[in-house]
Design a protein around this ligand. Structure first.
Ligand SMILES: Nc1ncnc2c1ncn2[C@@H]1O[C@H](COP(=O)(O)OP(=O)(O)OP(=O)(O)O)[C@@H](O)[C@H]1O
Ligand SMILES: [Mg+2]
Length: 281
């Protein structure tokens, strides 16, 4: 997965070059933003409501286009990408949008499976990967429910499972802990750190959650009125303390919420697996 956006020359994986974004004639969302993120970097995007955080992420996955300037992914312009190439761009991205956008009539399993289906992953491979992703966010056994039968925090975790199921090389998370209590927020943030650490993914997290920002020593890009007010680098280099967190032998467990074992289906409680027919649905 990571190969599509690999960074062999040491150039930044993501680059905002003098980016200005207006919505309509008056709505200034970003102004003259210059930023670069390295492959495998973890960064928080912070700022008050309306500062431009969501816009910054949307420009990266081509949901919006800059009014001026350019957004480059591995040296290729996202802004000038032909619309037919946008699905290709997003195949290597996990995106957690601010309002989750789960499909209400589909089961949780089907919601999480969607990115794999879009990529043509075969059923036999799809099912264990969906289960792994659900286990990783602590929702094993919930596959048959529909989004309306879950709490807000659980729906948020489904959105994260859907974003990571494809093992993306870039993970963009917009307020991923917005509806969660402190403990669950910490679990989810640790999970995102784990994705960065274990998969070498570049992870950008837009958040208001200063508790979480303070818990970690990662880069913080702070926006104010569409401009970068400060860009506080981690003390530990581009990946912050992601590498420093790594303990020998903790590969499988560190990033999982308590009680879950990432990717280990043997721990899935009996009777809670999705039936084969569900995967066919
Ligand atoms: N589709 C749109 N049309 C017009 N203006 C928009 C649109 N989307 C965002 N804006 C404006 O652009 C600015 C930046 O919005 P953005 O959603 O990026 O902020 P944000 O930092 O994500 O805020 P929040 O913390 O509330 O999610 C705001 O002033 C907002 O009103
Ligand atoms: Mg936002």
């Amino acid at each position: 997965m990571g190969a599509a956006f690999s960074d062999e020359q040491g150039a930044p994986m993501i680059r905002f070059h003098n980016v200005t974004k207006h919505y309509g004639r008056t709505g200034m969302a970003l102004e003259k933003v210059d930023l670069a993120f390295q492959q495998g970097e973890f960064a928080f995007i912070t700022g008050r409501s309306g500062a431009g955080k969501t816009t910054l992420l949307k420009l990266l996955y081509a949901a919006e286009h800059p009014t001026h300037g350019d957004v480059l992914l591995e040296g290729r312009s996202v802004a000038r990408l032909h619309p037919s190439s946008v699905p290709w761009l997003r195949r290597n991205m996990g995106i957690v949008v601010q309002d989750f956008r789960l499909l209400p009539r589909r089961s949780i399993f089907e919601n999480v499976a969607l990115p794999l289906e879009v990529c043509g992953v075969k059923r036999g491979e799809l099912r264990p990967r969906v289960r792994q992703a659900l286990a990783r966010v602590g929702l094993e056994g919930m596959g048959k429910r529909r989004p309306g039968e879950l709490s807000g925090g659980e729906q948020q975790r489904v959105a994260i499972a859907r974003a990571i199921v494809n093992r993306p090389s870039i993970l963009l998370a917009d307020e991923p802990t917005g509806n969660l209590d402190h403990y669950l927020s910490s679990d989810i943030m640790d999970l995102l750190v784990g994705i960065c650490r274990d998969q070498g993914a570049t992870v950008l997290v837009a958040t208001h959650d200063q508790d979480q920002v303070k818990r970690h020593d990662f880069r913080e890009v702070h926006l104010r009125g569409g401009r970068i007010e400060f860009d506080r680098r981690s003390q530990h280099g581009p990946s912050g303390n992601v590498t420093a967190l790594k303990q020998p032998g903790d590969e499988a467990t560190h990033s999982s919420p308590p009680g879950t074992e990432a990717g280990d289906e043997r721990d899935e409680p009996q009777g809670q697996r999705e039936s084969p027919s569900e995967a066919q649905a």
